[in-house]
Design a protein around this ligand. Structure first.
Ligand code: KG4
Ligand code: ZN
Length: 392
């Protein structure tokens, strides 16, 4: 089969990405313009600012992706773009640009679910390293700033299908990392900072408990009859569920900070960091006392154990033969080592994307588009963003 060159475009949250991937397995370029500096002063993503930043970056980022891939627009076989889930205004920037490009170049357009992209980030690198031996069923944990979802993945004649067997009932895992870091005055985004600080603290120092979901999520019964309001739709199939909940631990950290009278130190750290233009993790560490480092390490240990143990329970329940862990939080060092250790004990191979492909990028969108290209699963110019898009 001749090589297939797909340009992927990603703009669902706070990274503008463009990448050229050949036949779903060779990354020719992968350009990401991060908006961290824009959102940092607010301690979280501001949707309108995100849209404006995407608008500013989209043309140079796509151009750069073509230059780095040494490809001309004419040599592309298709344009792929993230349809959802994500921030509507942010998604629309990528979608409008992709439509204009596809129209002008007379190339097919492929719509990709962002979560499917995260799953295909793992597949892309597996194929790249010629590891095509994939044993099904595959269970994928997508763990990011917006999602903590478990999917059973299947493929038949290039048609990938996904069955959701678990999701967070409230905050996503990455959101909990970000909110706890914000609360402790450590900076934004919180995940990478907590990851690096945690190794300096005692993970046993503070005991946290994560709520265990004993009852089915009432929202799941609403199923698809609510398609008018996609954001409210949670599509989950029958069978045992493995749900997560991370808003409680955030409140527990807050309570600990209050009862231990840590607020003055926190405020002092926040003010000191505000005075440093671009603080490094080492700057943050120097501003943390032992109690804060212990708190951070204990928080991370609790999060990691919950994510790993619930995922492995699901893997055992569904007799899974391969595990994927992807999304921004998959970059976490303790999460990776714990998954590797615990999955090995159960004889289940676990795969992660490289660091660059864990967080949002467009190579994963181009990779997820490849099987759709083979099936000629193209979209018309009428398609639009789906902020609450479910993965099926
Ligand atoms: O996948 P992603 O780039 O964007 C979304 O789709 O949400 O994930 C971003 C999230 C943020 O919450 C960030 O704090 C978290 O991933 N994150 C991490 C690490 N690197 C990024 N969380 C824990 N440890 C990390 N090393
Ligand atoms: Zn993501």
């Amino acid at each position: 089969m001749p090589d297939v060159y797909i340009l992927g475009i990603e703009s669902s949250c706070d990274e503008t990405g463009a990448a050229v991937v050949c036949s779903g397995q060779q990354i020719l370029s992968n350009v990401v313009a991060s908006q961290i500096a824009t959102h940092q002063p607010y301690g979280g993503v501001v949707p309108e600012l995100a849209s404006r930043e995407h608008l500013r970056s989209i043309v140079p980022v796509v151009r750069q992706a073509l230059i780095e891939a040494k490809q001309a627009y004419g040599s592309l076989d298709a344009i792929a773009v993230t349809q959802g889930p994500g921030l509507a205004g942010a998604l629309l920037v990528g979608i409008s640009f992709a439509k204009a490009l596809a129209f002008a170049l007379e190339k097919p357009l492929i719509a990709v679910n962002h979560l499917e992209g995260h799953i295909h980030a793992v597949l892309l690198e597996q194929r790249q390293s010629a590891n095509s031996d994939l044993n099904f069923p595959v269970l994928a944990l997508v763990v990011s700033g917006g999602h903590t979802h478990l999917y059973l993945a299947e493929v038949q004649q290039n048609l990938w299908t996904y069955r959701n067997i678990g999701h967070t009932r409230d905050d996503a895992a990455g959101e909990a990392f970000d909110k706890v870091a914000k609360l402790l005055g450590l900076g934004y985004p919180g995940g990478p900072i907590i990851d690096r600080l945690a190794k300096h603290g005692d993970p046993q120092a503070v005991k946290f408990q994560i709520s265990q979901m004993k009852h089915a999520d009432r929202r799941d019964h609403k199923q698809r009859d609510q398609t008018q309001n996609e954001a409210a739709v949670v599509v989950k199939d029958a069978g045992p569920h493995f749900d997560f909940s991370y808003s409680g631990i955030k409140t527990a950290v807050l309570r600990y900070v209050e009862t231990q009278n840590m607020k003055p130190a926190m405020e002092a750290r926040r003010a000191a960091l505000a005075g440093i233009g671009k603080p490094l993790v080492e700057d943050v560490r120097k501003l943390c006392d032992r109690q804060t480092l212990n708190l951070v390490a204990s928080f991370q240990r609790t999060m990691v154990n919950d994510l790993v143990l619930k995922t492995l329970s699901a893997a055992e329940e569904y007799n899974v033969r391969t595990l994927f862990v992807s999304g921004g939080v998959a970059a976490n060092h303790e999460l990776r080592t714990t998954f590797e250790r615990e999955a090995a004990m159960r004889g289940i191979p676990v795969f992660f994307p490289s660091h660059a492909l864990s967080t949002d990028n467009a190579a994963m969108i181009a990779a997820a588009a490849f099987p759709k290209f083979l099936r000629q699963d193209f979209v018309s110019m009428e398609f639009s963003a789906e902020a609450g898009m479910a993965l099926r």
